[in-house]
Design a protein around this ligand. Structure first.
Ligand SMILES: [Zn+2]
Length: 190
């Protein structure tokens, strides 16, 4: 799934390929990657660093802090390294073992690319930013009295059904619910 998310290829083509169908086109014109092609960047230095690090780990059974490559990836986030690593597996530069540990190693192709200083053009990791207000909803204005009443009602429901309060309603919508009565105050009485 992560490989699919990292991919810069047409989603339709990839999905059909997964189901064994060779779709004869490169673009469908309707998926996210066709409508807004993903940014690609020269990841040569990153691919070299990652490959060197894997090779060093295999060569010496050292603690991480003792590696000569220790700290060389500090300017790239862990998620970006994961994305780079995932892209180097289908391209055949990094191999994973068949056992359940799926240990990584640099393949013959990866070593050759390293020696020949080949250029790596990879897809930039897509970063989705969610604002604090959107993610928590706690900065929305709300009716504190109604909020507390709903909270008490939830507690009473939980006691009645002998379950946790979280089993009654999730905490999330609470600050939003008392914000505006959906049909105006007293509408249900008319
Ligand atoms: Zn497409």
């Amino acid at each position: 799934m992560a490989d699919y998310a990292d991919s810069h290829q047409c989603r339709r083509k990839e999905l059909l390929a997964w189901f064994g169908e060779d779709w004869p086109h490169l673009f469908c014109g309707a998926c996210d990657n066709c409508e807004a092609p993903r940014e690609r960047f020269d990841a040569t230095v990153e691919a070299q660093k990652l490959s060197s690090c894997i090779i060093r780990i295999h060569q010496h059974d050292l603690g991480h802090a003792n590696l000569t490559t220790y700290g060389i990836g500090a300017n790239t986030s862990a998620n970006e390294w994961m994305s780079i690593g995932r892209q180097l597996i289908p391209s055949g530069h990094i191999a994973t073992s068949d056992d359940r540990w799926q240990t990584v190693s640099v393949s013959a192709r990866g070593r050759e690319a390293l020696t020949a200083r080949r250029t790596f053009l990879l897809t930039r990791l897509l970063v989705v930013t969610v604002s604090k207000a959107d993610s928590k909803g706690q900065e929305l204005a709300h009716d504190e009295g109604l909020f507390q009443a709903l909270r008490a009602l939830r507690k009473a429901e939980a006691d009645t059904w002998a379950c946790t309060v979280h089993g009654v309603w999730r905490r999330g919508p609470f600050p939003v619910l008392p914000h505006t009565p959906p049909f105006g105050a007293g509408a249900h009485l008319r």
